[in-house]
Design a protein around this ligand. Structure first.
Ligand code: ATP
Ligand code: MG
Length: 567
């Protein structure tokens, strides 16, 4: 491949990509591809949005096209600048840059002018029915609706009332502007939908310039048209809105982009709805939008997920016409694969057990060479100190080892990573019978990890020298919900009953190798044998805080689980 050619970002072929190729072949949009990502700034972006971001930006990149970032900011009561800023930051972090940064609110005047044109051509009217009446008049799926008694107002009367709506003469909800389409349509969206509602609310950009706001459907297609979007990609719930999207554009008589729908991402044990995520934040059920348990891009960034891993996950998802459920494990596997290649290896002990090496000289320190990343020779090596007292993981010692347990136990010899063979002599217990200290001997001839006489050991443990160790806090996360589908609840309950009480475990006294005293915020490491960990912004000098990004697959945990299932 020519090094200048951008690498195609798209995953396997899909029906949207096929449509674009066909449109390029037939010259439908003069060879242009122009997509947009159109979030409403009413919350933080989540991993579901990442699918849409990767699709929109990825397809445009693949075909030499453009993508706009457009804020769909037509509902001032729920939208905030904080959300706009976070969305801009998140899209950049995902690795994408837009052609234009747009706001639907920039088009408020144009949309208003078009509404007037629709009134003039007899296609829109001012309706005095209340929201509740409009619902009653709308009919049911099996019965046609009833036309509003205000439907046949004269153009002049409509123009006058609409101007007065705009001028703030009426209260919220007193009147609406509606399209005159078809109250008998089997598609509810075409039963005289609302174009404008009265809302005396200050908008985060237009402030108090307007007290009438366009509905999503009246703003979205026209915004696409104004920006000369070619392929307007949205999720399946908008399929029923497409006839309305097309109707407005035809009725106004402007450039016609095409809306194409695809399936939403749903992930097991995860909720992807800004409204519900907002509730978790507002009710203090998580620490904020960027809580590492949240599926928001800011949450998973803090947790340590690299954007490359999210892109590769998004690229691996099919694009289809039916909503399904994706295993959370698939996302985690993309994260592991990415970090396996890129994350430097370090040693840290989460639940320390003190090991005294009886035959090791007092006050002596061995400086051992450790490989930074076996997957990346260029990452080099580092020096790790070793001394008479070290920490190992509590679960790496058993006084009475079960069958198939090959870690440390009295009389057993193991390897300490990058260091020496270590043989357990005996354990010291407290009054309660808890093992508090283990006494061992080491074999100085095994420095580097191999015995000159060729004898073998069955396991290799990670460790940290006690006198050199840095104290750290480590936060271990489990899924935020206990149910695969957190929306599954009994009558009268809400999704918060499915919150996992064990989703966060804080370990305050982990022992870490000395190089981790002041790691850069956001840096990601593999703690050998434990998983991948990222440096949290709560870190202070000399007291790092780590988030476990994702665990390694733990072979022993699997053996133990299998054993307990057999019983
Ligand atoms: P939410 O229900 O979480 O508020 P939304 O669809 O209302 O989501 P928008 O801000 O309107 O959120 O979404 C911006 C774009 O992202 C839309 O094109 C939308 O279809 C897409 N999107 C949102 N959620 C998902 C998802 N789970 N999977 C794929 N695309 C999504
Ligand atoms: Mg929405």
């Amino acid at each position: 491949m020519n090094p200048m050619t951008p690498e195609p970002a798209a995953g396997p072929s899909n029906f949207i990509r096929d449509t674009i190729i066909e449109d390029l072949n037939t010259g439908k949009y003069q060879g242009r591809v122009h997509t947009r990502f159109p979030p409403e700034p009413n919350g933080y972006l989540h991993i579901g949005h990442a699918k849409s971001i990767c699709l929109n930006f990825g397809l445009a990149q693949e075909f030499g096209g453009k993508t706009n970032l457009r804020f769909d900011d037509t509902n001032p009561s729920k939208e905030e600048v904080e959300y706009v800023d976070s969305i801009i930051n998140d899209v950049r972090w995902m690795g994408f840059d837009w052609d234009r940064l747009c706001y639907a609110s920039d088009y408020f005047q144009q949309l208003y002018d078009w509404a007037i044109e629709l009134i003039q051509s007899g296609k829109a009217f001012v309706c005095d029915l209340t929201a509740e009446q409009i619902r009653e008049y709308r009919g049911t799926p099996s019965e046609p609706g009833t036309e509003s008694p205000y439907r046949n107002r004269s153009v002049e009367e409509n123009l006058g009332l609409f101007a007065r709506m705009k001028n703030g003469e009426f209260a919220d909800g007193a009147r609406t502007l509606r399209a005159k389409i078809d109250m008998a349509s089997p598609n509810f969206n075409l039963r005289d939908p609302i174009l404008y509602r009265i809302l005396h609310a200050s908008h985060h950009r237009t402030r108090d310039a307007w007290c009438i706001y366009p509905m999503y459907d009246f703003a979205h297609g026209q915004s696409d048209s104004i920006e000369h979007i070619t392929h307007s990609l949205c999720t399946l719930e908008f399929e029923d809105h497409r006839p309305l999207y097309d109707w407005y554009i035809e009725a106004i008589g402007i450039y016609h982009p095409q809306q194409i729908e695809f399936d939403r991402l749903n992930l097991t044990y995860t909720l992807l709805s800004k409204r519900k995520l907002l509730k978790l934040v507002q009710d203090g059920l998580v620490r904020g939008w960027d809580d590492p348990r949240m599926p928001t891009l800011s949450g998973i960034r803090r947790r340590g997920y690299p954007p490359e891993a999210i892109r590769s996950f998004a690229g691996s998802l099919g694009i289809s016409k039916t909503n399904g459920m994706i295993e959370l494990g698939r996302l985690e596997q993309c994260v592991r694969e990415n970090l396996n290649k890129s994350a430097p290896r370090v040693m840290g002990v989460l639940r320390p057990l003190k090991v005294v090496i009886d035959n090791y000289p007092e006050d002596h320190v061995d400086e051992l060479e450790a490989t930074n990343n076996p997957e990346d020779a260029a990452a080099g090596t580092r020096i790790v100190p070793f001394s008479k007292v070290i920490y190992i993981e509590q679960e790496d010692f058993r006084e009475n080892p079960p069958k198939d347990y090959f870690r440390l136990s009295p009389g057993r010899e193991v390897r300490l990573r990058y260091a020496f063979f270590l043989k357990c002599i005996h354990a010291v217990k407290d009054e309660a019978g808890q093992v508090v200290e283990v006494h061992c001997t080491y074999d100085p001839l095994t420095r580097g990890g191999n015995a000159p006489d060729g004898r073998k050991v069955k396991s290799t443990l990670h460790w940290v020298s006690a006198s050199h160790a840095v104290d750290g806090e480590v936060r271990i996360y489990e899924t935020l919900f206990t149910k695969e589908d957190p929306n599954q609840v009994e009558e009268g309950e809400d999704f918060t009953v499915n919150l996992n009480p064990k989703s966060l475990e804080v370990i305050t006294a982990a022992k870490l190798e000395p190089g981790l005293a002041n790691p850069p915020e956001g840096a990601r490491y593999q703690f050998e044998r434990l998983g991948y960990f990222a440096v949290d912004p709560d870190s202070t000098p000399g007291k790092p805080v780590f988030n476990r990004t994702v665990a390694l697959k733990d072979a022993w945990a699997k053996i133990e689980k299998r054993g307990s299932q057999k019983k």
